[in-house]
Design a protein around this ligand. Sequence first.
Ligand code: GDP
Length: 293
Amino acid sequence: KDQLFGAFEESAAPAASGGTATVGTRTRRIESADALEEALITCDVGVAATDRIVESVRRKARRGDDLLPLVREEILSILQGAAPPPVTGAHPRVVLIVGVNGTGKTTSIGKLANLLKQEGQKPLVCAADTFRAAAVEQLEIWTRRADVGFVRAQPNSDPAAVVFDAIQSAKARQLDPVLVDTAGRLHTRVNLMKELDKIKRVAAREVEGAPHEVLLVLDATVGQNGVAQAREFMKVSGVNGIILTKLDGTAKGGVAVAIAQDLRLPIRYVGTGEQIDDLVPFNPREYVDALFE
Ligand code: GDP
């Protein structure tokens, strides 16, 4: 946790000697808007969210106030403002997972299946990324480890047909939700859009309101580039939530705030390592506490 937000401490510390902010062993204070702005930018909160936070804090603070409680409150309101889609009564729930290769998509699906299983659900993982044979193998290994259902495509088959099979299988075996791994990259955006559209049409025909969630996997270590990547995916796939991976590998965990502020998307889960248990539901309050520990 300390590692996540080391950057925040670093930026606050030099200011301390200048008298604008003090970092004690037990209590930290931020007393100027400049120190606050620098700290937020340094931990990758992003320009838009930083502006909003600084402006709001400036309005509320009186001279000499410690700004930290106000910052906390503002960040919490940004994170809680982006709400996940409501849970419907439809079964099985269909969740598409999208994202660029290398972000941790395969691993995250395995971890998510494991987490949901531990919560008492009976997930089925569907490998609809038919282009990466190695990723399908990897996914199958994860699902065996998590002891959850798995449906894979025949080589070169239509991804939408695999999704159809998976939903039929889930209905027959009473598995829920269906987690669908989709292609991370096609030759063109148009192709990717067509493929995702077809998957969505098939899912919608089989289960009312499907897909119920479209989760985009983003790598926290790429920082603000992740926000740009998310924008691209939002254009093609109707993303309505984020899995933020590799939060253990960055001192700039503030990107979660940028995502919530700029894209109005809720962070649903965060990846904190390479093991199967290293994915947890995102908890805004714990996150904010860690940010200022
Ligand atoms: P994909 O190409 O997007 O499917 O990516 P993979 O799931 O194969 O993951 C790429 C690499 O990132 C692997 O070495 C994973 O172990 C690693 N990885 C994924 N999620 C996390 C995470 O939350 N933390 C860390 N440290 N590594 C992760």
